[in-house]
Design a protein around this ligand. Structure first.
Ligand SMILES: C[S@@+](CC[C@H](N)C(=O)[O-])C[C@H]1O[C@@H](n2cnc3c(N)ncnc32)[C@H](O)[C@@H]1O
Length: 153
């Protein structure tokens, strides 16, 4: 399996790809969705439009401000802060796409500690100690493949 790294896998997600990934994960009105590192808010807005309770957590103030502008008129919410400090124990699904390096794996580990029943939507495709892949969408048509992990093995 791939390392889940490199420019393509670590970049922010276009809106059509975010919508496709959320539909693949069957996100809907029963879900409490968090984007851990929400960037310009594309996933959070798309999840809110699918009637999930949707929140983005973002550490960069300028990105958070932009996401609030982008989300005007939707129910999407945003929190300025560090995903390794802010609680999200009520999550039923989280999206994790934190670029290259260990933060993706750390965020998956934290999710499995504080929201162990949540499904995890991520472009990462790797064997992990805390979680296993239950399904993965194929890459193609300009979209990465997306994995859904569940905690435990
Ligand atoms: C590659 S972008 C992904 C944006 C969006 N989630 C997506 O998938 O398109 C990663 C974002 O995570 C944010 N980020 C990185 N570390 C963070 C942390 N510890 N807490 C909150 N946000 C973080 C960055 O500022 C950036 O906006």
């Amino acid at each position: 399996m791939g390392q889940g790294c490199g420019f393509y896998i670590s970049s922010a997600t276009p809106e059509t790809e975010a919508r496709m990934a959320l539909q693949f994960a069957k996100v809907g009105s029963g879900d409490v969705f968090y984007d851990l590192g929400s960037g310009d808010g594309v996933f959070v807005i798309a999840a809110a439009n699918l009637h999930a309770k949707a929140t983005g957590i973002e550490i960069k103030p300028s990105s958070l401000d932009q996401s609030k502008v982008n989300a005007k008129g939707t129910t999407a919410k945003f929190i300025l802060g560090d995903i390794f400090i802010i609680p999200y124990a009520d999550a039923t699904i989280v999206e994790i796409n934190l670029g290259c390096g260990p933060d993706n794996y750390k965020a998956i580990s934290r999710t499995c500690r504080i929201a162990p029943k949540a499904r995890i939507l991520t472009p990462i495709d790797a064997d992990l100690p805390d979680a296993h892949i239950i399904t993965r969408s194929p890459a193609g048509n300009g979209s990465r493949g997306w994995s859904i992990y569940k905690c435990g093995h």
